[in-house]
Design a protein around this ligand. Structure first.
Ligand SMILES: [Zn+2]
Length: 220
């Protein structure tokens, strides 16, 4: 691990420990309170869900990826702020449980894997943390056959859409899904290319994706 990364890890760890003993400011309005004060929590709960179509499958996103939702997700993913997982995870997990309730009993929840570098840097999976807060405890994962192209962050578009789609096809594989129904989950869906590759991988493995669920969706 490069020295700068190691420093970042230690800084993040120190901040996480300090957060347990120092008063916390609300991430929405800055008032000294919990990670998210009651007023901001209520405002978050009032935000609309999003629905899209990805590779012919309905995608339910708990939130639009902007403003406070973006802030909370970044705090969780980059700084390990698991204290913000509750408000996001409850709605996300609720959508997954609703999809499971409408599907056969042996339906599996599979996570679209994060990029290798992101997973290594964090050492924990924010999607698993969010699902646990939302009451979903059994989650599998698609496997990554080879590295997906970059541009996993919104706004980062160094490749054309065509190049990105071509480079993404065949990067994921689904095992043990033959004849089974699958709910695919991910944290943020931007272009939908990665989620669509997840759908392709499940179909190639003989499974049926009945629903895609994301914490947040980037609107066009
Ligand atoms: Zn607040």
């Amino acid at each position: 691990m490069p020295a700068t990364d190691r420093r970042t890890v230690w800084t993040d760890a120190a901040l996480a420990v300090l957060g347990l003993v120092l008063p916390v400011a609300c991430l929405g309005c800055g008032r000294p309170d919990r990670a998210l004060c009651r007023a901001c929590r209520t405002a978050l709960d009032a935000r609309p869900r999003r629905v899209r179509l990805v590779a012919g499958v309905r995608l339910d996103a708990a939130f639009e990826y902007e403003g406070l939702v973006r802030t909370l997700l970044l705090e969780l993913k980059l700084r390990g702020r698991v204290d913000v997982a509750g408000p996001l995870g409850r709605r996300f997990g609720g959508l997954v449980r609703a999809a499971l309730a409408a599907s056969p009993a042996d339906t599996v929840v599979l996570r679209v894997p994060p990029s290798r570098t992101g997973a290594r840097r964090r050492g924990f999976d924010p999607v698993v943390v969010l699902l646990a807060r939302g009451g979903v405890r059994r989650t599998g994962r698609l496997s990554r056959v080879r590295a997906a192209p970059g541009a996993t962050h919104p706004g980062q578009k160094e490749r054309t859409a065509t190049e990105r789609v071509a480079a993404t096809v065949g990067t994921l594989r689904a095992r043990g899904v033959d004849g089974r129904c699958v709910v695919l989950v991910d944290d943020v869906v931007t272009t939908g290319v990665t989620m669509a590759e997840g759908v392709r991988a499940v179909r190639a493995g003989g499974g049926l994706v009945v629903r895609c669920v994301a914490v947040a969706s980037v609107e066009d």
